[in-house]
Design a protein around this ligand. Structure first.
Ligand code: BTN
Length: 323
């Protein structure tokens, strides 16, 4: 990755660069440059090659920068962050942190990557993670409470993502229980919680957020669900480092608040953003699908469904709207 990352830094401005100039900067020959450029396709980066002009990216890249990310995190929240790692490419930022928990990773550690080779989605799905385009952020946190209430941490994280999006100026999106951020029925962001711990606690949780900022055309065909990105909603490119910083800040603040006060401080906001409340839905559960009317959440964040005249409570499952 090292040479490819260096090449991407050189090409990031979106201008033409000659094969010869790139070769000199990287200390390799022109045919090696050509091979390296071809290999960028595997990262989901679109590159043009034009005879006589050289190589150019389809879009300039706004590469992640640790200091610019941290500048969006205010002093009191920064104290809750024990470290921020920005990686060019990793299989999964969630996996990266989960693996380090047993080796003494301090709670409050954050990891962002430009690219994920095997990004993880909920329910065993893949999260398509092309280079330099979107945000892939994971944060580790330690809780003393039992795992039953940790579903609430995912709901708090959803509100945290919503607060960050509002701070960026994005509106018109909502939350679909438990962890989806949707804009006009299309997925804008997803949240994946993974957990480690003994039955007596404490529990280490890694909260991973994937936020679509500008999905490159080359990656779009691989996505198997309706999606949207910030660039299309906002009508142009956005400052990815600022968005990442605001996400980090709101997520860490949200997790700290949830640790101390539970779900209570998040429920009213969640309810305002709830996309399915009052609507006919189908919930896929381990025991098969259940159809009913979504009635919002209870105090613990369980989904309430009105089914055959009675209100039932569910702590897991996948909601789809019945049309
Ligand atoms: C979903 O399926 O909706 C959840 C998607 C979560 C994706 C993020 S990207 C950063 C972190 N690392 C991963 O491997 N997954 C999460």
């Amino acid at each position: 990755m090292h040479q490819r990352y260096r090449l991407l830094r050189l090409l990031a401005d979106g201008r033409f660069h000659s094969g010869e100039g790139l070769g000199t900067a990287l200390g390799i020959g022109r045919s090696a440059v050509w091979k390296l450029v071809r290999s960028l396709e595997g990262l989901g980066v679109d590159v043009f090659a034009v005879a006589g002009k050289g190589y150019r990216l389809a879009h300039p890249l706004d590469l992640l920068d640790r200091e610019r990310i941290l500048s969006a995190v205010d002093g009191s929240t920064r104290k809750l962050v024990s470290g921020v790692e920005v990686l060019p490419s990793i299989d999964s930022t969630n996996r990266f942190l989960m693996e380090r928990i047993d080796r003494g990773l301090p709670p409050g550690s954050a990891c962002l990557a430009e690219h994920q080779q095997a990004g993880r989605g909920r329910r065993g799905r893949a999260w398509i993670s092309p280079f330099g385009a979107n945000i892939y952020l994971s944060v580790s946190w330690r809780f003393d409470t039992s795992p039953d209430s940790l579903g609430g941490a995912g709901l708090a994280a959803g509100v945290a993502v919503a607060r960050a999006l509002h701070a960026v100026g994005i509106t018109g999106f909502g939350l679909k229980w438990p962890n989806d951020v949707l804009w006009e029925g299309r997925k804008l962001a997803g949240i994946l919680l993974e957990m480690k711990g003994e039955s007596t606690g404490p529990y280490d949780v890694v909260v991973g957020i994937g936020l679509n900022v500008r999905m490159p055309p080359g990656a779009q065909a691989s996505i198997d669900q309706p999606w949207v990105d910030i660039a299309s909603i906002a009508g142009g490119p956005q400052d990815r480092n600022r968005i990442a910083g605001l996400l980090l800040k709101n997520l860490v603040q949200g997790l700290a608040d949830f640790s101390g006060n539970g779900l209570e401080p998040f429920l009213a906001e969640w309810s305002r953003l709830d996309l399915v409340q009052g609507r006919a839905v189908s919930l896929s559960t381990g025991l098969g699908p259940v159809s009913g009317t979504a009635m919002g959440l209870d105090r613990d964040g369980a989904l309430l469904l009105r089914v055959d005249g009675e209100t039932r409570r569910y702590v897991s499952g996948e909601v789809s709207l019945r049309l």
